[in-house]
Design a protein around this ligand. Structure first.
Ligand SMILES: NC(=O)c1ccc[n+]([C@@H]2O[C@H](COP(=O)([O-])OP(=O)(O)OC[C@H]3O[C@@H](n4cnc5c(N)ncnc54)[C@H](O)[C@@H]3O)[C@@H](O)[C@H]2O)c1
Length: 315
């Protein structure tokens, strides 16, 4: 039986386990918290129900039946050919975990990390066979958003890269190769550049939070479904790109680090949805319900993209 494992059963880990369970084989989830393991199964059950209502999954019970949980690391990884680490974003925890996973798993197993901002090179300092380590960065919710950024350190072998890219494709994801071990991979760097400018526009009173978000969603956000930013430049013409760059880029925000007004918001306890106020007022709204509705809207949009008009799944 083909076995894989996910370490860390939180927001990302349960989604990654669900992705792995889309192909035959056992998927172990390990966490130091039994409560997190129980919650992961509840979340996966709910998510499978949503995805099957929209026609993305044919046999939700079969997918769920492939998933096992354990509070013992060795039980999760001993038979696994692929182990995806999705534990708390802490270098010390990840370094320790990678060393323990290598000690408890088979000598050919590939060990991947879903870290958002740490370098694979730093996470794997205590690992002997670094050629079998790799980054696999998912976006939340991992079971819905197609992209996986597969990244390498200098030690990662070509065979490890090829094997993991191939496996995420088999799981129905869209992997890209990130050939250098840099913070933020590709997508988060681009997203961070966008968010820095968006918050600067808000800080300077150029437009409201609602209007800034709408500007992105209803213009290039929509267009990006068809062509990315580089193809867009080719369509518009690189001469025009140069003219805009010369005229506009000197006026763009280049603040190093987050803006002071956002630091002040956080100091006041304005953390966004979870505290009831951030850039928006979320007072009185249940965070779980808001997140669930956003995920369903995303799944519904994906379904509309892939289904010809008039052929949407009955619900
Ligand atoms: N949340 C996101 O949007 C997002 C997106 C992409 C990547 N990531 C990355 O994914 C990883 C997990 O993030 P998350 O949001 O799921 O965090 P989370 O806090 O929801 O879950 C982390 C889980 O790891 C467990 N854990 C901690 N130490 C452990 C250990 N030694 N062994 C086993 N389990 C352990 C915790 O009990 C917890 O259940 C982080 O590296 C994060 O940077 C997060």
């Amino acid at each position: 039986m083909v076995t894989t494992a996910v370490i860390g059963a939180g927001l990302m880990g349960h989604g990654i386990a669900q992705v792995l369970a889309s192909t035959p084989g056992i998927v172990w989830i390990h966490d130091v918290s039994q409560a997190a393991l129980d919650e992961a199964i509840a979340q996966i059950t709910e998510s499978l129900d949503l995805l099957s209502r929209y026609g993305f999954i044919k046999e939700p019970a079969e997918v769920l039946g492939r998933i096992r949980t354990t509070p013992r690391l060795a039980e999760a990884v001993s038979d696994a050919w692929l182990i995806v680490e999705a534990a708390t974003e802490d270098l010390g925890i990840k370094q320790e975990l990678f060393a323990n996973i290598e000690a408890e798993s088979s000598r050919n197993a590939i060990i991947a990390t879903n870290t958002s901002g740490l370098r694979l090179t730093d996470i794997t300092t205590k690992v002997t066979h670094q050629d079998r380590t790799v980054g696999s960065h998912f976006f939340m919710p991992a079971q819905v958003v197609p992209l996986v950024e597969v990244s390498r350190s200098k030690a990662t072998s070509n065979q490890t890269m090829d094997t993991i890219v191939d496996h995420w494709e088999k799981c129905g994801k869209v992997p890209i190769r990130v050939e250098r071990d840099i913070p933020g991979y590709v997508a988060n760097r681009i997203q961070s550049a966008l968010v820095r400018e968006a918050t600067a526009l808000l800080r300077d009173g150029v437009a409201s939070a609602e209007d800034i978000d709408m500007a992105v969603r209803m213009s290039f956000g929509l267009r990006y479904l068809v062509s990315g930013p580089l193809e867009q430049r080719d369509l518009g013409g690189l001469d025009l790109h140069l003219a805009i760059g010369r005229e506009m880029w000197p006026h763009l925000d280049t603040t190093a680090g987050p803006h002071a007004f956002v630091e002040k918001k956080v100091a006041k306890g304005e953390l966004g949805l979870k505290s009831g106020r951030g850039f928006y007022d979320w007072d009185g709204q249940d965070p779980e319900t808001v997140r669930r509705n956003r995920t369903e809207a995303l799944v519904s949009a994906l379904e509309r993209l892939r289904t010809p008009p008039g052929r949407h799944a009955a619900r």
